[in-house]
Design a protein around this ligand. Structure first.
Ligand code: NAP
Length: 433
């Protein structure tokens, strides 16, 4: 028996979904007893050339052709952004259609509204592709790992920044040069802000942490720092210290108190995340029963993302066949609290430029002493035009205290700039932390 699907959007992901659905049609029939058939595809511009030849699938620019078609049981959303995706999904759910979406922006900002609408209308919403492209993350958290209390998630979940930082590490290029190359190769958008300012990773962390910790995590709960201020000098000092710089998304749950951050961090070269390069993504998780787990793979791209979307479609078809759709149970504990400053103290890296004259180091040391932050090591680096560059590693300290010391340093006349403050990941003990 055929099941009609409506596809919203036919760009990078949508065309991969058409291609993979065709390729796996008979296998899906063997698995589910149902044959998926994409009958209508919504686009903005009917004249635009498509990356995939359209046969059965009829292009339309009118959403009613999909939302008002009673034969269409499943709607796949690959438009992206908030509107019109949100309205179209809510209308599909209200019309009793199951929804599969790859839209992280939407799920991060309006996930609860969409999931509640699905529950109300007795239909399902699946969104595996929203985080980590091809890498299974959401279903493992929602299904395979539910016997655990997940205490930590930590990973590289933005391919663009990982490509840029990997390039800077491999070639010594500066941020602007590496970004320009990423844009030329199609790894970064013309407006790269969402990626390089850490927001894309923060949206994905909000989705993952909500599921892993059974909490309603909002974007504003996450402390976010991007990578624009990372220079070739920081990358070189990290290398000297036996580390690489990575944009990490880190979430932890300690007895109901959550700590959530996205930002660049120094990662020891023998840490599993140090070897995740280019456009790859990886996520480490720790469960109280499972122990440490690592997920690795392609975080974006037409077919990798289609792999997750079509996997979700197959799940919908299987449930349709078994008559068990609309039963997704959401567990959300309202008592979880977010600590803005985090609670797991870590070491920090700081790079300052200061006056190159006697007594300056003593003043810096005093500022650290006043903020009760102790220094593990101080390296005086290049001196030029009467200024010296100083790299400091602190002992383990909570984030709030590092902020205080950075503010105190900025107020010293001898300190010209505090260029960079980054956490240093603990050495891997074979596991997550
Ligand atoms: N690209 C990836 O590797 C990747 C990975 C994971 C998740 N995702 C997510 O997947 C989604 C799609 O990404 P994408 O890269 O495939 O985007 P894309 O290439 O820009 O494609 C978007 C598609 O949506 C259509 N569209 C846009 N606005 C529309 C509107 N108002 N009405 C009707 N159609 C509209 C466009 O139509 P036209 O073609 O006519 O312009 C286009 O076909 C996003 O949520 C993204 O975050 C993408």
């Amino acid at each position: 028996m055929d099941v009609c699907l409506g596809l919203l959007g036919c760009g990078t992901v949508g065309s991969g979904v058409i291609e993979l659905t065709r390729r796996r049609r008979e296998k899906i029939f063997e698995l589910t007893g149902l044959r998926p058939k994409i009958t209508k595809v919504l686009v903005r511009n009917l004249q635009k050339p498509r990356q995939v030849a359209l046969a059965d699938e009829r292009l339309t620019a009118d959403p009613e052709d999909i939302l008002g078609d009673a034969d269409i049981r499943v709607v796949i959303e690959t438009i992206g952004g908030i509107e019109p995706a949100r309205t179209l999904i809510l209308r599909a759910l209200a019309a009793g259609k199951h929804v599969v979406t790859a839209n992280k922006d939407l799920i991060a900002a309006h996930g609860p509204e969409i999931l509640e609408a699905a529950e109300r209308h007795g239909v399902d919403v699946w969104y595996e592709a929203a985080v980590g492209g091809a890498i299974p993350l959401i279903r493992p958290l929602k299904e395979c790992l539910t016997a655990n209390e997940i205490t930590d998630i930590k990973g590289i979940i933005n391919g663009t920044t990982n490509y840029i930082l990997s390039k800077m590490t491999a070639t010594g290029a500066g941020f602007a040069e590496a970004l320009a190359e990423a844009q030329a190769l199609g790894y970064a958008e013309a407006d790269p802000s969402s990626d390089v300012d850490g927001l894309d990773a923060a949206r994905k962390l909000a989705i993952l942490a909500s599921i892993a910790f059974h909490a309603k995590v909002r974007l504003e709960d996450i402390r976010v720092t991007g990578i624009r201020h990372i220079t070739a000098a920081d990358v070189a000092y990290a290398d000297e210290l036996g580390m690489v710089i990575k944009l990490l998304a880190v979430g932890a749950d300690r007895d109901g108190l959550l700590s959530l951050r996205v930002g660049p961090a120094l990662v020891p070269k023998d840490h599993p995340l140090a070897h995740v390069n280019g456009s790859y993504n990886a996520l480490l998780m720790r469960g109280d029963a499972a122990g440490d787990l690592m997920f690795f793979g392609r975080g974006a791209g037409s077919m990798p993302t289609a792999s997750a979307v079509v996997g979700d479609v197959i799940e919908v078809l299987r449930n349709l066949k078994l008559g068990v759709t609309g039963q997704a149970a959401l567990l959300c504990r309202p008592d979880k609290r977010v600590l803005p400053d985090g609670f797991d103290p870590v070491r920090y890296y700081m790079r300052l430029s200061v006056d190159d004259r006697p007594g300056v180091l003593a003043r810096i040391a005093a500022a650290f002493g006043d903020a009760e932050v102790s220094m593990e090591s101080v390296l005086q680096k290049r001196a030029y035009e009467g200024r010296a560059e100083i790299v400091i590693l602190t002992h383990e300290v909570p984030y709030g205290q590092v902020e205080r010391v950075a503010a105190a340093l900025r107020s010293l006349a001898a300190v010209h700039e505090v260029h960079c403050v980054m956490p240093v990941e603990p050495a891997a003990d074979g596991g997550v932390t």
